[in-house]
Design a protein around this ligand. Structure first.
Ligand code: SIN
Length: 361
């Protein structure tokens, strides 16, 4: 080959190489909720930080509202590498074979957000993320949404009011047991199908934090809402393990920091989003809102506590007891700060006894 031809081949090869090197790393981030929710806004915030801080070396494509995949499908898509990042609700890890995440679904187990954050960011959270590795998944962060409220087309004031109600739930055995303990008939259903199922009367009601209820317009087809705070809904931000491990180390470090900063942002806006959603539902006039009084909350709690005992083996007694202990510690610190008796706050198993054995019904 002449010198000229060799130079041409080299130049073409170099151009192809630089074009290839300039291709950004694409992270497809799929989720099932609306963009104007705590999770939806945080996904966009992460995209912004990731793209800015890697100077365009990473491109994050966010797909909200089950545009790409529904609940169950998105887990499979992540494992297969069709998407790289998800933030499923903690109630959706059971079908993956990691039942310990259902700790977060236990009714009335977390009396406040402080307890939740300590559980998520401490040894329990680390242990849970460790369980995902064998499934080809790496856990990056826990995001918040909020405490769940009950909605239906009839009032739910007493436990008896749930008798026979068909209630949509996420794919969690704990939530199934929770609804059964109330006398309701639980129906597992993908999030994207809930609005039309409520509208068509396939189910009578559901449970969700206010931000999800409002952004899916569920309040337009639910006449009654009980502010019960009976359970919690949060998220685990997860990535395909092989994809994450294969990233250049400097890019991964930048993304880890972007995720840490996004988590601070996400937890800050979660309560605000839920408070705003409640105000909007109130203003809409579609739904009658009832706040469960303390005396009835205690009755609901008594009806639901057996679910803790029932799931000791599946979730792990140690894990449940560790969560009770964190709750008790937070309570103790609060009481010491305010010098007020701890029993004044919302009821929770940890307040009765740190490692309490739930009473039989
Ligand atoms: C979500 O917040 O990701 C969906 C929750 C649900 O399925 O109810």
């Amino acid at each position: 080959m002449s010198l000229r031809a060799s130079l041409l081949v080299f130049a073409l090869g170099f151009a192809a190489f630089t074009a290839q090197a300039a291709e950004p790393i694409v992270i497809k981030f799929s989720h099932v909720v609306a963009p104007d929710t705590p999770k939806g806004r945080a996904a966009e915030y992460f995209k912004k930080l990731a793209e800015e801080r890697t100077k365009g070396a990473v491109k994050v494509e966010v797909y909200p509202n089950s545009q790409l995949y529904k609940d169950r499908e998105e887990m499979e898509a992540l494992q297969l590498g069709a998407v790289q990042m998800l933030a499923p609700s903690l109630a959706k890890f059971g079908p993956l074979g990691v039942r310990a995440f259902e700790l977060f679904d236990l009714p009335y187990v977390f009396p406040n957000k402080e307890t939740l954050y300590r559980v998520m960011d401490g040894d329990i959270g680390k242990k849970l993320f460790g369980m995902l590795e064998a499934k080809g998944i790496t856990g990056l962060a826990f995001w918040d949404n909020g405490f769940k409220q009950m909605s239906a087309n009839k009032p739910m004031r007493t436990v008896e009011d749930f008798k026979g109600l068909k209630m949509r739930i996420q794919s969690s055995k704990v939530l199934e047991a929770q609804m059964k303990a109330l006398g309701a008939n639980p129906q597992v259903m993908a999030f994207s199908e809930v609005y039309s199922a409520l509208q068509q009367g396939v189910v009578d009601g559901t449970e969700n934090p206010m931000s999800n209820l409002y952004t899916q317009k569920m309040h337009e087809v639910q006449k009654h809402l009980t502010l019960s705070d009976h359970g919690y809904l949060g998220y685990a931000v997860i990535v395909n393990k092989a994809f994450w491990a294969g990233l250049p180390a400097d890019i991964r470090a930048t993304l880890d920091k972007a995720m840490a900063d996004t988590t601070v942002f996400e937890r800050k806006i979660a309560q605000e989003e839920n408070d705003e959603a409640l105000a909007k539902v109130k203003a809409s006039g579609y739904t009658q809102i009832y706040t469960l009084p303390y005396r009835d909350r205690v009755v609901w709690q008594q009806a639901l506590l057996p679910v803790h005992k029932e799931f000791e083996d599946k979730i792990g007694r140690d894990l449940i007891n560790s969560a009770y202990l964190v709750a008790a510690q937070v309570e103790k610190e609060k009481a010491a700060q305010t010098k007020a008796p701890a029993a004044k706050d919302k009821p929770g198993p940890a307040k009765a006894k740190p490692a309490a054995k739930p009473e039989k019904k």
